[in-house]
Design a protein around this ligand. Structure first.
Ligand SMILES: NC(=O)c1ccc[n+]([C@@H]2O[C@H](COP(=O)([O-])OP(=O)(O)OC[C@H]3O[C@@H](n4cnc5c(N)ncnc54)[C@H](O)[C@@H]3O)[C@@H](O)[C@H]2O)c1
Length: 397
């Protein structure tokens, strides 16, 4: 039963606290660090923390604390992780792990050297829809995975530091692409090496140095392709969708804008609808249980169970490092307009994986290309001769 120190009291710290205290009320946030006394105090009051401070190290070193939750701007993750190592405290951190793979690698090496528990809080690979879909994929329902696409677009983040390249480390590629990359990587197989990336990125709308819109392709060693679509300029709410295509099937997930609950209101009694919703009048798509539907509940359950059982959670700093390495290649590709290699100095998955054979035998001489029943009742097969390569069709009935 971990006793937690929350670093940060902003947007994600509150989502995390609502989830931690909501589902497993035996877990406690005992300490909170925030920049300003008032915000730390307000958070402590709301979530029943016995200790609040404006000194990060004091929160981490607090004797009652045994696990730290990092919910700070991206440029502060590394310093916070190093303090957890110094005090030998278990650590879980929000995404992205680092602003670059170099930062992420330093954090990975530090936690492993210190021998401390580490969890990477990638909630979108814990949504109930994702977990069900992943089960189906891993059971072979979709056959060999050929393409996995994930899209996260919204009208832009809620705090100043995200828009500042130095603090954030990047624009929507880093902020949202980290989710999309890990989603696609999970469907394709986390033991399959990502090899190269092609990415288009542009600052289309906002007066910022970073990109506010991007599309990328991530090629994997087994021939599968991951795709991410990210934007801070999308209008209409938070669009969170995944699509997976395999040799035996397809799946589509819509996490947010079409959840099965649709409502119209003139605006009378208007209230909060869901994260990044741009309107609370007209036709709306409220999310039934945001904490659950965004994966926070399943994520903390896995992290805390792993901590208690002395095992690694599903997502660790190593996964955060791989994601950062893929995103570094995306940034390079956006500049060079070329496929750029994913530089992974630390790789713990399989190597030399080749594409599985996908050919279907029809008879001794032919492979089957396609079988179809037409609207006029003919059953046809299209075949390729194994040695001559000739393509023919046969009408069976
Ligand atoms: N779904 C997700 O996983 C998700 C969603 C949103 C944000 N995040 C991540 O969470 C982290 C925090 O984002 P947020 O949305 O909570 O931001 P936020 O601006 O709402 O909160 C940031 C918190 O950090 C504290 N802080 C300490 N030093 C600071 C400094 N120098 N500048 C600014 N704030 C400082 C602030 O007091 C505040 O409590 C980021 O790494 C972000 O990428 C993850």
């Amino acid at each position: 039963m971990p006793q937690i120190a929350m670093l940060g009291s902003g947007f994600i710290a509150r989502f995390y606290a609502d989830s931690i205290l909501g589902q497993r009320s035996r877990d406690k946030i005992v300490s909170v660090y925030s920049r300003r006394t008032e915000s730390a105090g307000a958070f402590a009051m709301k979530y029943g923390c016995v200790h609040a401070t404006t000194d990060m190290e004091v929160a981490i070193a607090h004797p009652e604390v045994d696990m730290i939750c990092i919910a700070l701007p991206n440029d502060l993750h590394e310093a916070a992780v190093m303090l957890c190592c110094k005090h030998g405290k278990a650590v879980m951190t929000t995404k992205p792990l680092g602003r670059t793979a170099a930062e992420a690698r330093r954090m990975l090496e530090a936690v492993e050297k210190a021998g401390i528990f580490n969890g990477y809080l990638e909630d979108l690979v814990y949504t109930p829809k994702f977990l069900k879909a992943l089960d189906s994929v891993q059971n072979g329902a979709l056959g060999r995975i050929l393409w996995a696409k994930s899209r996260e677009t919204h009208p832009g983040p809620h705090s100043d530091w995200f828009w500042d390249l130095e603090h954030a480390g990047g624009g929507c590629i880093l902020d949202l692409g980290c989710h999309c990359v890990e989603i696609a990587r999970s469907f394709i197989g986390k033991d399959i090496r990502p090899v190269e990336v092609m990415c288009w990125a542009e600052t289309q709308v906002k007066p910022i140095e970073a990109e506010d819109h991007a599309i990328g392709l991530v090629k994997y060693e087994n021939g599968a392709i991951g795709q991410f679509e990210v934007s801070w300029t999308f209008r209409g709410g938070l669009d969170l969708r995944d699509e997976v295509m395999g040799t035996e099937g397809t799946l589509w997930i819509n996490n947010f804008l079409r959840t099965g609950l649709e409502m119209f209101t003139t605006g009378k009694g208007a209230d909060y609808v869901s994260e990044k919703a741009e309107s609370n009048t007209g036709w709306l798509f409220p999310v039934g249980d945001e904490l659950n539907d965004l994966g926070y509940n399943h994520m903390f359950t896995d992290v805390f169970n792993a901590f208690e059982q002395g095992r690694a959670p599903r997502e660790t700093f190593y996964d955060g490092y791989v994601v950062n390495a893929i995103l570094d290649a995306a940034y390079r590709s956006a500049r060079t307009k070329l496929w750029e290699p994913v530089v992974l100095d630390v790789w713990r998955g399989r190597t030399g994986v080749t594409r599985d054979s996908h050919l279907t035998e029809y008879d001794q001489d032919h492979y089957l290309i396609k079988e179809e029943t037409t609207h006029y009742g003919a059953r046809k097969v299209i075949l390729k001769h194994k040695t001559t390569g000739q393509i023919t069709e046969r009408v069976l009935s």
